[in-house]
Design a protein around this ligand. Structure first.
Ligand code: BES
Ligand code: ZN
Ligand code: ZN
Length: 496
């Protein structure tokens, strides 16, 4: 999808679809563009009370052809409601526009950017995200791409008309980099567990190394044995696929803070010997969404080349399978930092592979901050549903950064407590820790487990089990994987 910006006002536009935003007012609607033809059509709808510019309301109309006038084939009014306009308003609007366009024969769109309280760069960034992400579909495995009866077309070109064209162009660029990264994360997650394995994470890291010059290190099974990565190796024991620990580094070459990102790359979670129930197990191909988000962030960083921060990404990758040599409930494993863990439930595997990766990353890179993303517990869905990710951590300033970025990016987080009471729940009688807490607070005891592996580093943990897929349904967020976390982390990095 190609988005360009023009300063020219589309007075004589005669293309496929002309879009104007509309505010809801007391008496009806208020078009946010001064285009006589558009106003004429919208006003007809206002006067009849059919369309008043409510949030997410749309009006699609078809100007009667007139040989003397240049007319667009379609006019679309998009309601922005009467509440304060936020960044999210334009993401949702972008999704609505592209979905409407796809239901018609529209191939090309002209959008008149409105004047409002948001900076033009933010407005155009968010609109770009809504358009590109709303346009997403995963049909790689569909033999027949389209239903013959539906007019479903693909939108090829979009133009924003805006007097502040330089600012708008900047926003489009950021929005496109963000969206391409989110699309990458969604594509990875949509792949079946058998075609998205640890070696596919390795292959992707090679692509990112070649394309953006990111420094890359990959540790295979024998390396992991030498390094004593007991958690990742234990989880991998029942699998036919070898594990991998993938490391990517983005360096500015300047004296800037170092951020370490760690993502759970569990490519399929059967539960292992503590096998999950069959119903819904297919969704466990999404258990690598944390790893996908981290890789996607590195793609965006490689493309945007920020000057304010060095970023290290680590993804421990394996599936969790119940093969003959599989880890057994009751087994005791020693993790990278020397701590021993009694494995009470082999389905609580994410914390075992993350613990190794966190301890390794903290020791080798001495980062100024650490953020991990993981589809870690079903309990976070009980607590926060599919709308908000669980945030835990040992540093208020880092947590605040994520809360702020969450609000701006439309990927909200909610902080949960950590503390001695919760840590006590994972005391084991035979090892330093057990991998499952005593009853209650399942999300927090998982966080308390991870805390044992970050030492003194400033650290935040995001439990994205509820948001990585089936995230709050919106025009630009499909069912299935959402790519949650990518925009949140990129926003955090930009504001660092
Ligand atoms: N990958 C799952 C967490 C999960 C569950 C994500 C449901 C998305 C939807 C994780 O590995 C897991 O199985 N966690 C267990 C932990 C339990 C055994 C303490 C869980 O949440 O049930
Ligand atoms: Zn599990
Ligand atoms: Zn899992």
């Amino acid at each position: 999808m190609n988005i360009r910006v023009t300063r020219t006002f589309p007075q004589n536009y005669d293309g496929d679809l002309l879009v104007c935003f509309v505010r809801q007012t007391e008496g009806g609607g208020q078009p946010l563009c001064e285009h006589a033809m558009v106003e004429k059509h919208l006003k007809a709808a206002f006067s009849r009370g059919d369309f008043v510019g409510k949030d997410e309301q749309i009006l699609l109309c078809y100007p009667i052809e007139n040989a003397d006038l240049c007319l667009p084939k379609r006019i679309l009014g998009v309601g922005l409601g009467k509440e304060a306009i936020e960044a999210e308003t334009f993401r949702k609007a972008g999704g609505i526009i592209v979905n409407t366009a796809k239901k018609t024969k529209t191939r090309e769109i002209m959008i008149i950017l409105p004047e409002c309280d948001l900076p033009v760069s933010v407005l155009s960034q968010c609109l770009t995200e809504g358009l590109m992400l709303g346009n997403y579909s995963f049909d790689k495995y569909k033999t027949k791409k389209n239903d013959d009866d539906s007019p479903q077309t693909s939108v090829e070109a979009i133009t924003f008309s805006c007097a502040k064209d330089r600012e708008a162009r900047q926003g489009v660029k950021t929005g496109a980099i963000n969206s391409e990264a989110v699309i990458r994360a969604r594509d990875m997650a949509n792949e079946p567990g058998s075609s998205m394995t640890a070696s596919d994470f390795v292959a992707l890291s090679l692509d990112l190394h070649k394309k953006y010059g990111l420094k890359r290190e990959v540790f295979g099974k024998t390396d992991l044995q030498k390094m004593k990565m007991g958690g990742l190796l234990a989880v991998n024991r029942g699998s036919a696929q070898p594990p991998a620990l993938v490391v990517l580094e983005y360096r500015t070459g300047c004296k800037v803070p170092t951020l370490l990102l760690v993502g759970k790359g569990l490519t399929f979670d059967s539960g292992g010997i503590s096998l999950k129930p069959g119903t819904g197990m297919q969704d466990m191909k999404y258990d690598m969404c944390g790893g996908a988000a981290v890789m996607a962030v590195m793609q965006a960083i490689g493309s945007a080349q920020p000057k304010n921060i060095d970023v290290i990404a680590i993804v421990p990758a394996t599936d969790n399978m119940p093969g003959g040599p599989a880890l057994k409930p009751g087994d005791i494993v020693r993790l990278y930092n020397g701590k021993t863990v009694e494995v009470v439930n082999t389905d609580a595997e994410g914390r075992l592979i993350l613990a190794d990766a966190l301890a390794y990353g903290v020791k080798h890179y001495q980062p100024d901050a650490v953020i991990d993303l993981a589809t870690l517990t079903g309990a976070v869905i009980v607590g926060l549903g599919h709308h908000t990710a669980g945030l835990m951590g040992n540093d208020d300033a880092l947590a605040a950064k994520l809360e702020q970025a969450g609000a701006l990016s439309g990927e909200p987080v909610w902080r949960l407590p950590l503390g001695k009471q919760y840590r006590k729940q994972i005391d084991s009688s035979v090892a330093d820790l057990k991998n499952v807490g005593d009853k209650g607070a399942g999300t927090i005891t998982a966080g308390a487990f991870l805390q044992e592996f970050v030492g003194e580093a400033k650290w935040a943990h995001l439990d994205i089990a509820g948001t990585a897929w089936d995230f709050t349904e919106k025009s630009y967020i499909p069912k299935g994987p959402s790519g949650y976390g990518v925009r949140l982390i990129l926003e955090t990095i930009r504001n660092w």
